[in-house]
Design a protein around this ligand. Structure first.
Ligand code: XMP
Length: 492
């Protein structure tokens, strides 16, 4: 299914007009952290419910539906965050493939609840904590769920969305990655023109690699890739990237050695947001330098994904800035380059599909995501070459062990975080007083939500013992068992 996300900030009437013009197959009213009673809370025109288009209200969207159509929304006595069990009361609509009385494991995240249904609605699902986990007005094709079917932690969520799309919206389901490639290639060619040159910031990660491959497909040798060694990379990364891109793509790849520049700028920076901003600023400067050296370069390509866009560019309030992703914001204004972001509407799983569609090697497409600011956001406190080397050594051991256990591809991300916390230990007969490493491994489908991985105890033990024995500077390893939300995947 092709899907677009539009911000409510368009305004109630323009949004209604835009919806009429779009003639969508279905409308999803999404979740969000507001309460329907908050001043300025996201809202829509009640006329949206009269368009005759199927509507699915999720979490806040369900509460908003209830609120606008005459139901009652109240603060819940007990907030529901994380896993919840929902009992099906009516096995129809989005629950048509379930049995009445059946329990589904779902992911929920809400503080308000629907206390009374609007006229005409029936109650379709409940949980111990929230009676109105599901409600619907089948004849008007309005269906609501209080939980999140769109996250991977609701195991049957895709099935419920399928029930809605194919059973209620009568969607065709004929939008494919191959179609996306053609569309994206055409869009890039339109934007860049027949002679424009594009610079692509390559990190070696999945996103920028796929963006580069897509651009290569669209404009061939009018693409120049720049790889910045900022001193915040994993062990051997620079060499791997150079090998893959020179051999595989045969693109014009320029490797910039900027370690001293970045570490110099970051020397006294410990605040997470300040680190991210400093790195963003330095990237701009490095790219600016490079761009000047490439005759005729008018565009900068980036592998920005949809989650980066959502979390950085706050739609005025709701997803209030959680982290400033260094690859969005600030770049094009400062540089004399227009931005090309061919992956901006995609989630990670879609980017991987796209990579395979473009013929990228599996090991590249299945590389675990690595954040733009690199090890900077995993090396808490002061960033020094020495501490980064300690983290690099530990990280290499973690990757080696996770791969050896055959888990690398099934885990979204597994990595170490160096903590600026020293504790006392004993090695041989000597006292140690060194830093601690947090091991983090999470399952996720798109980086938006995540759950910690119950790694086998033996594997945890092996990683811990190897790190402590082989890496000088770490004498304690702890395991992070926080999901997202309420945590984030990276520690900074
Ligand atoms: P968080 O820590 O926000 O991370 O839960 C979600 C996903 O995004 C990655 N990440 C980044 N990726 N630039 C990126 O390209 C960034 O600044 C950045 N920060 C976090 C993170 O590794 C995880 O996969």
């Amino acid at each position: 299914m092709y899907c677009e996300i539009h911000p409510f900030t368009l305004g109630v009437d323009p949004a209604l007009a835009a919806l009429r013009a779009l003639r969508p197959t279905g409308i999803v009213l999404s979740g969000g952290p507001s309460s329907v009673y908050d001043p300025g809370a996201p809202t829509i025109s009640p006329a949206v419910f009269e368009l005759g288009v199927p509507i699915l209200g999720i979490c806040y969207g369900a509460q908003l539906t209830a609120h606008l159509l005459g139901g009652d929304v109240q603060p819940a006595a007990r907030r529901e965050y994380g896993r919840a069990a929902v009992r099906i009361k009516q096995a129809s609509g989005v629950f048509r493939t379930c049995q009445a009385g059946e329990e589904l494991s779902v992911w929920a995240s809400h503080g308000d609840r629907v206390a009374a249904l609007p006229p005409g609605f029936v109650h379709t699902a409940e949980s111990d904590n929230c009676t109105m986990s599901g409600f619907a007005f089948a004849e008007r094709r309005i269906h609501c769920v209080q939980f999140h079917p769109e996250v991977v932690h609701t195991p049957r969520g895709a099935e419920l969305l399928g029930n809605w799309l194919f059973g209620i919206c009568n969607a065709a389901g004929d939008w494919s990655m191959a179609a996306f490639v053609d569309e994206a290639v055409a869009r890039i060619r339109r934007q860049v023109g027949s002679s424009g040159r594009v610079i692509c910031g390559l990190s070696g990660g999945v996103d920028s690699s796929v963006a580069a491959a897509l651009l290569h497909r669209a404009i061939g040798d009018r693409l120049t890739c720049i790889f910045v060694d900022n001193g915040l990379l994993r062990r051997g990364e620079r060499e791997q990237v150079a090998a893959i891109f020179l051999d595989h793509f045969k693109v014009d790849l320029r490797v910039v050695d900027a370690e001293q520049r970045f570490l110099g700028a970051l020397a006294d920076v410990t605040d997470p947001e300040a680190k991210r901003k400093t790195i963003g600023r330095e990237f701009i400067a490095v790219f600016d330098d490079q761009a000047r050296q490439i005759a005729g370069a008018g565009f900068l390509a980036q592998g920005t994904l949809y989650p980066d866009v959502i979390e950085s560019v706050s739609f005025k309030g709701p997803s209030a800035v959680i982290k400033s992703h260094h690859n969005v914001g600030g770049l094009p204004e400062r540089m004399k380059l227009a931005l090309v972001e061919p992956l901006r509407e995609l989630f990670k799983d879609e980017v991987r599909q796209l990579g395979l569609e473009l013929g990228l090697p599996r090991h590249m497409v299945w590389r675990q995501p690595f954040p733009g600011p690199g090890l900077a956001v995993r090396c808490l406190g002061h960033l020094t070459r020495q501490r980064l080397d300690v983290l690099r050594a530990a990280d290499a051991i973690i990757e080696e062990e996770i791969r050896a256990a055959g888990l690398y591809e099934s885990i979204w991300q597994s990595f170490g975080v160096l903590l600026p916390v020293r504790s006392v230990g004993v090695m041989g007969d000597a006292r140690t007083y060194e830093e601690a490493l947090a091991l983090r491994a999470v399952h996720s489908r798109d980086g938006m939500t995540a759950d910690w991985v119950p790694l086998p105890y033996e594997l945890l033990g092996r990683i811990s013992s190897r790190v402590i024995n082989e890496v000088r500077g770490i004498n304690r390893v702890v395991y992070d068992i926080t999901s997202k939300p309420p945590g984030t995947i990276e520690w900074e």
